[in-house]
Write a protein that binds this ligand. Structure first.
Ligand SMILES: C[S@@+](CC[C@H](N)C(=O)[O-])C[C@H]1O[C@@H](n2cnc3c(N)ncnc32)[C@H](O)[C@@H]1O
Length: 428
């Protein structure tokens, strides 16, 4: 069967009524409603006068010149409505063509069109017991709310961010905060609200810079993936140097700004929301760059070193906070590993290959924690916040419980399996 997916044309609009009827979810054992159910105003609004409204964008799948599936969006006051900039999506594939990936093809095409029209996200509503929820989750829709629809069904409101961040970046972002799934991303600021330090120990960073870097009021330091700015603010406060912190999460950057004010270093600190992979393309001539507990967000270890080198002056310094596998340990001994870990010897070989001189290594059992603090206090905060979220979003209990388990495993790895260190390296 040859399937093509293309943008909907005015001649196709009339078929949307059929697809609207097909899009109705009928739980197993229940009878299909009569076709004229679609003319109920709260349902018909999804197709009424399609093509006339802002956000009316659609795609169809064709096989043998027959339309077998459609996905379309509108900005309408329907169940999944978020705001005037977010088109709500509906999708349906004829029953005999389901299970062949046609829905995914339709969605990918539609996401591309929405991006071209400048939309940043799309929403939908779906009955909670509809198996399509999993399909939407695979396409990175995230449950943001739960509502009752007009018929008393419990619906999820799901939202997908479009063309904002590459999937790989999202996945690495989630990993950098020990989240197993990108669906946790919208909840991470809430889960981590009780922490300021998110990985590396600011005191260790301050100590190493003070000892090795020739610090003056002109010294410029770049803190890549700075989290909530704990390291940046402490460096500015203790060493009176200029620090720029960059992180992907706007909530973290907002918090970093507040902390800079609280510690009276707002004039020394600059914080920006951004992807560090983009930042390393334009940031240059720093005296020192910091990558604290960020994992593989900059790529493989060799790529990471190359990118870090590119932002500092000759003679400049790199501080990396990482965990490595001690002699005899294997990757499989690590419970919560999101990327391949190296041994100390492998790291030191890479430093040499990259033309970096290892100046000092500081080991510290508490140097890198899942979300800083001692493990009992840390787990206490995380568990309490996760339980609050479970109460609010019971359908996502498993995801939040998984996050708590992941954090427990990570604390265990950091205490028992991995060696956490801060390296300071000098660019020759
Ligand atoms: C474990 S936290 C460490 C934060 C901080 N460096 C510290 O030591 O406290 C990891 C941070 O990496 C950030 N991150 C991950 N990928 C990123 C990317 N591509 N660009 C910017 N920030 C990123 C996350 O938002 C998170 O704040």
């Amino acid at each position: 069967m040859n399937i093509t997916v293309r943008e909907i044309m005015p001649a196709d609009y009339s078929v949307l009524e059929d697809f609207l009827y097909n899009a109705i979810y009928v739980p197993p054992g229940e009878e299909w409603p009569p076709r004229d159910v679609i003319f109920q105003p709260e349902i018909y609004i999804y197709v009424d006068g399609f093509g006339d409204k802002q956000g009316d964008i659609g795609v169809v799948a064709e096989a043998d010149r027959k339309i077998i599936g459609a996905a379309w969006t509108r900005i309408i006051p329907a169940y999944g409505h978020l705001d005037e900039n977010t088109p709500e999506l509906a999708i349906s594939v004829l029953p005999e063509y389901r299970g062949q990936g046609i829905g995914t093809l339709l969605m990918e095409k539609l996401f591309g069109l929405l991006c071209e029209h400048g939309y940043k996200r799309t929403s939908l509503s779906v009955q909670q017991d509809n198996p399509a929820v999993r399909f939407y989750q695979r396409l990175r829709f995230v449950i943001t709310d739960e509502k009752l629809d007009h018929a008393g069904h419990e619906d999820f409101i799901m939202v997908k961010e479009l063309c904002s961040m590459k999937t790989e970046t999202q996945e690495k972002l989630a990993c950098s905060l020990s989240a197993e799934t990108t669906e946790l991303l919208p909840f991470l600021p809430y889960l981590l609200q009780d922490f300021w330090e998110l990985g590396s120990d600011p005191a260790v960073m301050v100590k190493l810079i003070k000892k090795h870097v020739d610090v003056s009021p002109e010294t410029r330091i770049l803190d890549l993936a700075c989290g909530k700015g704990a390291v940046s603010v402490k460096i500015a406060e203790k060493l009176r140097v200029k620090v720029k912190g960059i992180d992907l999460l706007p909530e973290f950057i907002e918090y970093a700004h507040e902390k800079a004010q609280e510690f009276d270093v707002a004039d020394l600190c600059e914080f920006a929301v951004g992807d560090i992979n983009e930042a390393v393309k334009t940031e240059t001539d720093y005296d020192c760059v910091i990558l604290g507990a960020v994992g593989d967000a900059l790529g493989s270890p060799a790529e990471t070193l190359c990118k870090l080198k590119s932002v500092i002056k000759p003679g400049g310094y790199i501080l990396i906070d990482e965990g490595y596998l001690p002699g005899g340990a294997k990757q499989s001994d690590v419970k919560c590993s999101h990327y391949e870990l190296l041994t100390e010897a492998q790291w030191t070989d890479l430093f040499k290959e990259a033309g970096l001189q290892l100046v000092e290594t500081v080991g510290d059992e508490n140097n890198e924690t899942a979300a800083s603090g001692d493990s009992d206090t840390g787990m206490g905060f995380i568990t309490a916040r996760a339980n609050e979220l479970i109460e609010k979003h019971p359908a996502q209990r498993e995801m939040f419980e998984g996050y708590v388990r992941g954090q427990q495993n990570e604390y265990g790895d950091l205490e028992n399996t991995l060696v956490c260190v801060t390296w300071i390296l000098r660019k020759n």
